[in-house]
Design a protein around this ligand. Structure first.
Ligand code: ADP
Length: 919
């Protein structure tokens, strides 16, 4: 049996344990421990075990058990000397100090006896068939806060009186059931009180056996208290299987419960501290003992409840955390599976690091520092927060820029010349200028610090020259148009705090080209808008100015970037509207426009070739005659540039492509299905043939028919419609009072007529009426012309009263187009004089120039454009102000060729030239 005990209880556990007996031995078997408790508590008298008071015993301890039984039966007094066989043995006992808890009757307790003498005495008494000793709880050392192990140690060192003083007076008669080494297993029997010391080593004391005070079994209060104890016990027992085992074994040994036993049991199984337990042990009044026990149980229950709620809370926390972890892991796995892993913080950081690592030494330290800080921040931010996205985008931009990454610049002038010639016909002055620029770059080793501005009418190739320069210099090309741009943020970027903030165009450019030295073409700088918040012109200046742009600060990027290696090329139609500070820093290269001859070359060698390739037509399939091209240029596209010429050529080639494809489909050997639709196709073809009369000649070569589409002057209208411009000039011979002037606009040069006619005549009716959407300057210019003409007439023909007596109407045709400027002055005078003198001006004459009141002729702008326009209109003689001679002399020979040009500084010279034939 002891073996079973040792294996079932942990000997190191200083807790009460009950002995586990087989139930069959006493023939009592309860359905459940609680049942047993209840039955015992309610019925008390179990007929079969009414006098059974063995708590636990072994067959070998028969005598001891009998002795206790005898004691149990003597219930007459509160304190009775034990009426046993050898009363001395039980009235004088060895005192065993219990360091942790008192021993309750009916419970087992293993203790360690460190004192060898005491141990020997215990062994001896077991041999003498009197295996009993007194077990007394040790008092805490007054004022000391020693730990329990220290207290235990101290107690073994005490002897005699000292030890006696440290023991509680009331203890338990303990039966020694086994001694193994220094481990002694005790079973509690009845209560004892020390009366005096008998010997000091080992401590032996005289004791009184204590009896519970008599009580009334039918007392309602006692009953009620005991019921409450049972109810509470039931709750306590529910909480732990350990307690249930206790009840079962306890029941089996003591058989019946009575009130005092119930109280003891309650106190013993409560986890209360030793003093509280000692209090229960010392209490002989049954009611009070029940109360104390109930208190302890209730407290135990409370503790249990708290423990349960703590356990529950912790469990909940753990389980939600576990759930979270699990879901997170699954989420990661799903993302990985779907290839979305890049959203992951670490994947992101890795991506950014991969970008910067290869050229870390090229990144400026201040930028690297910002990148590191942002990377750190990214790790700390919640991935779903908006701040995270802002930081991620910011890092994306920061790391994507080509810090210190340059393309090798080409300073080979010959190669550059080749590239420029490949892309553009003519423009020799522009090309020369660019080659000069490259040559300087070669000598200096760098081409930075220059802003080129190409100015000219649309379609003259400004943008495509920019692209060519980039190719010639081996720089990447980026174009952005600032026409109408009014938001400074487009240039300088938004601050990062705005939702949807973006860096400025320059940062976008660097990211997209991937090198830090691209050629950036800023288109239409003359049409830069006016900002409502901030001035785009000054932002532009900050960007372009070589003095400032080495530390260009984009609002979004927030770190200075070096744009000094970027080559800026601007384009403009007119330079007048370019903001002054910007214009100051620019090197203007004007492109005036092309004359017919140049357009022919461009059309033949560049536009046609490119369009043909783009349309997939082979050169041998088409014959676009020179006459057709010339007609196209003269009658369809009278612009300065070649853009609409290009459009017309594209139109022709699209039609040719369609024709060839239709032709091909018809010639293909067709199946039965296509045969059935042949009629329809044929009739359609006939219709088509009426619209497009093509001369198709078929060469038979290697048995493969090659069709050639011929486009000449005659069938041109079938491809591009009727000519837009009918006659080259409005008048073959200008009528009286009509003179051709030369004008210059953003679209290039053009010719215009000044017309005057007499409205009415009469004494003193001389007046001037103006129409033709003239601006203020031009109106004043007309007034001046009127006055000057009158003065000249007075000299040339002083009898002529024309201006004094005639109301004259002056009109400038193309009435829908607003016109302004002073350069029509000389034309107006000539026109008025023609009317006044009734003389036609010289045929095919055009003139331009501002005239003062004294008849001086002042210079004008746009000489090349005006010359080209005059040529286009078939003008033979041009009159320019003398001061413009230099501009004219600079013109290419083919522009000047065949023109009779006169330079004048006084109106009288014009008078002579204009009216000479009439002389
Ligand atoms: P812009 O920028 O001055 O308005 P573009 O550069 O767009 O004009 O030019 C329009 C078209 O005309 C382009 O296809 C360009 O290649 C062509 N082009 C203009 N000038 C020339 C030239 N001198 N030689 C060859 N092609 C030209």
């Amino acid at each position: 049996m002891l073996k079973a005990l040792r294996s079932s209880i942990s000997l190191h556990q200083p807790r009460f344990t009950t002995h586990s007996h087989s139930t069959s031995r006493h023939g009592i078997k309860f359905n459940s421990p609680l049942h047993g408790v209840l039955r015992a508590a309610l019925g008390f008298q179990n007929p079969r075990s009414a006098h059974r008071v063995f708590f636990c015993s072994d067959s070998s301890d028969k005598s001891g058990a009998d002795a206790v039984a005898a004691v149990e039966e003597a219930e007459s007094a509160a304190i009775v000397p034990a009426a046993i066989k050898k009363p001395d043995d039980f009235l004088t006992v060895l005192a065993l100090p219990l360091p942790h808890r008192p021993l309750f009757p009916g419970f087992y307790m293993p203790i360690y006896v460190k004192d060898p003498k005491l141990l020997a005495a215990l062994v001896e008494s077991r041999k003498r068939q009197a295996p009993y000793a007194g077990a007394f709880l040790v008092k805490d050392e007054p004022g000391s806060e020693t730990t329990s192990t220290d207290a235990e140690k101290n107690i073994y060192e005490l002897k005699g009186k000292d030890l006696l003083n440290r023991l509680h007076e009331v203890g338990t008669l303990a039966q020694i059931t086994s001694i193994q080494g220094d481990q002694v297993v005790l079973i509690g029997h009845r209560r004892l009180r020390i009366t005096e010391m008998v010997s000091d080593d080992p401590l032996t004391v005289k004791v009184d056996h204590l009896k519970d005070s008599p009580y009334n079994k039918d007392d309602d209060v006692i009953k009620a208290t005991s019921f409450e104890v049972i109810t509470t016990l039931r709750d306590v027992l529910k909480t732990s299987s350990l307690w249930r085992d206790h009840v079962q074994t306890y029941n089996q040994h003591i058989g019946d419960f009575n009130y005092p036993r119930l109280a003891d049991f309650g106190a013993a199984i409560s986890g209360s501290n030793k003093l509280q337990c000692q209090q229960v042990l010392e209490e002989l009044d049954v009611y009070k003992r029940l109360r104390l026990s109930l208190e302890l149980l209730k407290k135990e229950m409370e503790i249990h409840k708290i423990q349960e709620s703590i356990a529950k809370a912790i469990e909940e926390k753990i389980s939600t955390e576990q759930r979270r972890y699990l879901l997170n892991e699954q989420y990661k796995a799903i993302k990985k599976e779907l290839g979305l892993e890049t959203d992951d913080k670490t994947a992101l950081t890795d991506k950014f690091r991969d970008r910067i690592d290869p050229n870390k030494e090229k990144i400026p330290p201040h930028v690297l520092q910002v990148i590191e800080e942002e990377l750190k921040k990214l790790q700390l931010l919640e991935a779903s927060s908006s701040e995270f996205n802002v930081t991620r985008n910011y890092l994306d931009w920061l790391t994507a820029l080509p810090w210190g990454n340059y393309s090798d610049e080409n300073f080979d002038v010959l190669r550059a010349q080749q590239v420029l010639d490949e892309d553009h016909y003519g423009l020799s002055d522009v090309k020369e200028r660019i080659l000069e620029f490259i040559a300087v770059g070669k000598l200096r080793g760098t081409s930075q610090g220059k802003i080129i501005c190409l100015s000219g009418p649309p379609g003259v190739g400004k943008t495509s020259i920019g692209r060519s320069i980039a190719r010639a210099l081996n720089r990447n090309f980026y174009r952005f148009s600032v026409g109408g741009l009014s938001d400074v943020a487009e240039i300088k970027g938004h601050r990062r705090t705005y939702i949807g903030a973006m860096p400025g165009k320059m940062v976008q450019c660097l990211k997209s080209v991937g090198t830090a030295n691209p050629l950036v073409l800023i288109d239409e700088i003359d049409k830069l808008g006016r900002g409502h918040a901030g001035d785009p012109a000054s932002a532009m200046l900050e960007l372009l100015d070589p003095e400032q742009n080495a530390n260009f600060l984009d609002h979004y990027l927030d770190v200075p970037i070096d744009l000094s290696k970027v080559l800026f090329v601007c384009t403009a139609n007119v330079i007048e509207t370019i903001p002054g500070p910007l214009l100051d820093r620019m090197e203007i290269i004007p492109i005036a426009g092309y004359i017919t001859d140049e357009k022919m070359h461009i059309a033949r060698d560049y536009l046609e070739k490119n369009t043909r390739d783009a349309c997939g037509v082979k050169p041998e399939q088409v014959d676009l005659t020179d006459a057709a091209l010339l007609s196209l240029i003269e009658n369809y596209c009278r612009e300065a540039g070649v853009r609409s010429l290009q459009k017309q050529i594209e139109k022709i080639y699209r039609k040719i492509a369609l024709h060839l494809v239709r032709q091909g489909a018809q010639n293909e050997p067709s199946g039965s299905e296509s045969e059935s639709t042949q009629d329809a196709t044929e009739s359609k073809e006939i219709e088509e043939a009426e619209v497009v009369e093509t001369n198709v000649s078929t060469d038979v070569k290697d048995n493969e028919p090659t069709e050639k589409v011929l486009v000449d002057e005659k069938n041109l209208a079938d491809y591009v419609g009727k000519p837009v411009f009918h006659a080259e000039r409005m008048y073959d011979q200008t009528p009286l009072g009509v003179v051709m002037g030369l004008a210059w606009t953003a679209m290039g040069g053009s010719t215009l007529y000044i017309e005057t006619t007499q409205v009415e005549q009469g004494e003193g009716k001389g007046a001037l009426h103006l129409t033709g959407q003239l601006g203020d300057v031009m109106k004043e210019s007309a007034q001046i012309a009127h006055t000057v003409a009158r003065a000249i007439l007075a000299v040339k023909d002083h009898d002529n009263p024309f201006f004094a007596n005639s109301k004259v109407h002056l009109h400038v045709p193309a009435g829908a187009t607003p016109k302004d400027g002073p350069s029509a002055g000389c034309t107006m005078i000539t026109s008025l004089l023609s009317l006044a003198m009734n003389k036609h001006v010289k045929k095919d004459l055009a003139m331009t120039g501002e005239v003062t009141l004294t008849g001086r002729v002042l210079p004008i702008g746009g000489v090349k454009e005006k010359t080209i326009a005059a040529r286009r209109s078939g003008v033979k003689t041009i009159i320019f102000p003398l001061a413009n001679k230099r501009d004219f002399d600079e013109l290419a020979p083919n522009v000047k060729e065949g023109l009779d040009v006169h330079f004048v500084d006084d109106y009288n010279q014009i008078f002579d030239l204009a009216f000479e034939s009439e002389k």
